[in-house]
Every structure is written in structure tokens, then in C-alpha cells.
Design a protein around this ligand. Structure first.
Ligand SMILES: C[S@@+](CC[C@H](N)C(=O)[O-])C[C@H]1O[C@@H](n2cnc3c(N)ncnc32)[C@H](O)[C@@H]1O
Length: 321
């Protein structure tokens, strides 16, 4: 296994926004290549603690290789300043409890996939490299992308490509997929990418700035990894884990994720969720989060030049009341 190739995005901004101090406890819900984790570890120092999760065992193993070769990191792990957990962030409440944490000073998530995962063709996440149609981040369980494209009814595929991928040719693509699978099952990524390309009119493919299969692959990754469901469960539990004044930061990479984060923050800032026609509040809910900034933080031009992946990153913060 090689060293990570993943470059952390918005790292100055993440560190500034979380306002970490020496001795703080932080949960990094998405270890990935470990860039943010290492940054938080140096910010909270030896008296602090960073608990980092990833649902991909390969990300944890890659980070452990680095730990082996850096004595400072190895002793941080031995002394409990740094803890790695193979878990879904949707279970952050249980992870915190198992790690002996009641409340934490900051929680951070950098959603999506690392460059290591995208570039590893055996994961089947990319339409540029031929690999098995798997796409699962946690390979212990769950439906693969092959299952979805080979088994789901045409109407469900069309709905998935449209709803999760914003693909305007969703229906034609679903029809083409079903036609091919009557002959043989889809096994590899490049064949699917080619069927998608052929189902979209050539003039549209030429006009698009991205690969014609981008949207369909995005939709499949979202469904395979239940990205939206996991994000919602993570946000709900995180609010209750934060100490008053503690901050929650989330980096998203597509509009569906960002919408979930934005709407969740808004709901938690409002508190009361009584219907507007009620003359007085009966739910007695109070705001749980405070606004930190209205607009999301995006990468500077310089960062985008140095790391094109940062182009679509949006970072939002909220503070526990
Ligand atoms: C963009 S990378 C994180 C990069 C990291 N911040 C860094 O500095 O290298 C996203 C990581 O989150 C992990 N991930 C995605 N969804 C997850 C979930 N529901 N639970 C836990 N980890 C998840 C992925 O496996 C991936 O390693």
C-alpha cells in the first residue's frame, strides 16, 4: 500500500473556523489521507485528543503505515491523543460513547472520497479507470453498484440518475442500461460509462464540461453509500455531542450534500418547529446552533490552481448554543 496522495482542502479555513485550543477534544469524522487529522492533532497538542473515523478500512491502514514510520505519531496513539476508529460517521454517537467521550469541543467532516479511493481502480469509483462496479466505501456489507444497475427496475434507475445526479437524460440512460443487461450483466465501470455516453446525444456530450458519465456515477456512489442518510444521522447526533461554544464544520462537494447541511443548520438555529398557523409555540424547542457565517467558505483561486479538487468544496460552520 502506497502513501496517501490525498491533499486536504481548505485546511487553513477548517482550522480557523473550528477555533481549536490546546487540550481540546475533536472528532474528525472523515480521516481519509489524514491531512485534517494531523492538523487538528498539532492544534490541540499533547493535552488534547483527536478521534478520527473512516468507514474505509484502507484509509485507516494507510494512516497506520504512516504512524509506524513516525515515532511522534506512534507515541500520540499509544498515549491516547490520537485514536482511529473504523466506523460510519452515522454512528458517531456510539463511537463517542465507546471512546469514553461525553462532549467534545469540535466535530469536523470532509465529505465524499479521497484521491486514494478514486484512483484505486479496484474500488470502481471512477469512470476513467476500468474496475469492478463496487463503489462501497465499507466493503464489509451493503449493495454494490453492480447490484443496482443489474437489478433495479428501469423507473428506479431513471429516478436515481435524475434525483441524485441531476442527469437530464436519466430516462434514456436507464433505458439503455436495461437493454444491455438483457444481454449480459454489467461487471466493469468502463462498459457502464460507455453505455451512458452513447445514451446522451453527441452534441450534449461535446458541450458538457465534465465526462458524460459524471452524473450517473455520482448518483450511484450516493446510493451505494447512502450518503444522504448517513449525513443526516451524523448531523443530528453531532449537535448533542458538542459542548456549548463547540463548533461543527462540514465540507461538502456537491449541491445535494450542501443543501442537507444548510437546511439542518437552519432548522437547529430556529428551534421551534410549530406550524406557522399556531398562535403560540407548543413544541418548546429552543435553538441548538448559532450561525457562524451566512455564506459557505470556498477555496481561494490559488488553492484551486494548486489542488483542482478544491474547486467544488463548500465549508460551513455552526456553533453549539
Ligand atoms: C474527502 S476524504 C477526507 C480527507 C481528509 N479530510 C484528509 O485530510 O485527507 C473523505 C473520507 O471520508 C470517508 N467517508 C465517507 N463517508 C463516510 C462515512 N459515512 N463515515 C465515515 N467515513 C466516511 C471516506 O472513506 C474518505 O476516506
Amino acid at each position: 500500500m502506497d502513501e496517501t496522495k490525498h491533499k486536504a482542502v481548505l485546511w487553513h479555513e477548517a482550522l480557523d473556523g473550528l477555533r481549536l485550543s490546546r487540550g481540546d477534544t475533536v472528532i474528525d469524522a472523515t480521516l481519509g489521507g489524514g491531512g485534517h487529522t494531523l492538523l487538528f492533532h498539532s492544534a490541540v497538542g499533547k493535552t488534547g485528543r483527536v478521534v478520527s473515523l473512516d468507514m474505509d478500512q484502507a484509509a485507516i491502514n494507510r494512516f497506520l503505515l504512516r504512524v509506524k514510520s513516525e515515532s511522534g505519531l506512534a507515541s500520540a496513539m499509544e498515549e491516547g491523543q490520537l485514536l482511529l476508529v473504523h466506523a460510519n460517521f452515522a454512528d458517531i454517537g456510539d463511537v463517542a460513547e465507546d471512546s469514553g467521550l461525553v462532549q467534545v469541543d469540535a466535530i469536523f467532516a470532509d465529505l465524499g472520497y479521497s484521491s486514494d479511493q478514486i484512483e484505486d481502480e479496484s474500488r470502481g469509483l471512477s469512470f476513467l479507470k476500468d474496475g469492478p462496479l463496487d463503489m462501497r466505501l465499507d466493503q464489509r456489507s451493503g449493495e454494490t453498484a453492480a447490484h443496482i444497475v443489474n437489478v433495479w427496475p428501469e423507473s428506479s434507475l431513471a429516478e436515481l440518475f435524475f434525483e441524485m445526479g441531476d442527469e437530464e437524460y436519466a430516462k434514456s440512460i436507464a433505458r439503455a442500461v436495461v437493454k444491455v443487461r438483457k444481454e449480459h450483466a454489467f461487471v466493469k465501470t468502463l462498459e457502464l460509462a460507455e453505455v451512458v455516453r452513447q445514451a446522451i446525444p453527441a452534441r450534449v456530450c461535446l458541450k458538457r464540461k465534465t465526462h458524460p458519465a459524471t452524473k450517473v456515477f455520482q448518483a450511484l456512489r450516493i446510493a451505494v453509500n447512502d450518503e444522504y442518510g448517513n449525513l443526516e444521522r451524523f448531523l443530528e447526533q453531532s449537535v448533542h455531542l458538542l459542548t456549548p461554544g463547540g463548533r461543527l464544520g462540514v465540507i461538502s462537494f456537491h449541491s445535494g450534500e450542501d443543501r442537507i447541511v444548510k437546511q439542518f443548520f437552519r432548522r437547529m438555529m430556529k428551534g421551534c418547529d410549530c406550524p406557522p398557523e399556531f398562535p403560540v409555540c407548543v413544541c418548546q424547542k429552543t435553538p441548538k446552533l448559532k450561525n457562524v457565517s451566512r455564506d459557505p467558505i470556498v477555496a481561494t483561486e490559488r488553492e484551486v490552481l494548486e489542488n483542482p479538487r478544491s474547486r467544488s468544496a463548500k465549508l460551513r460552520f455552526a456553533e453549539r448554543c
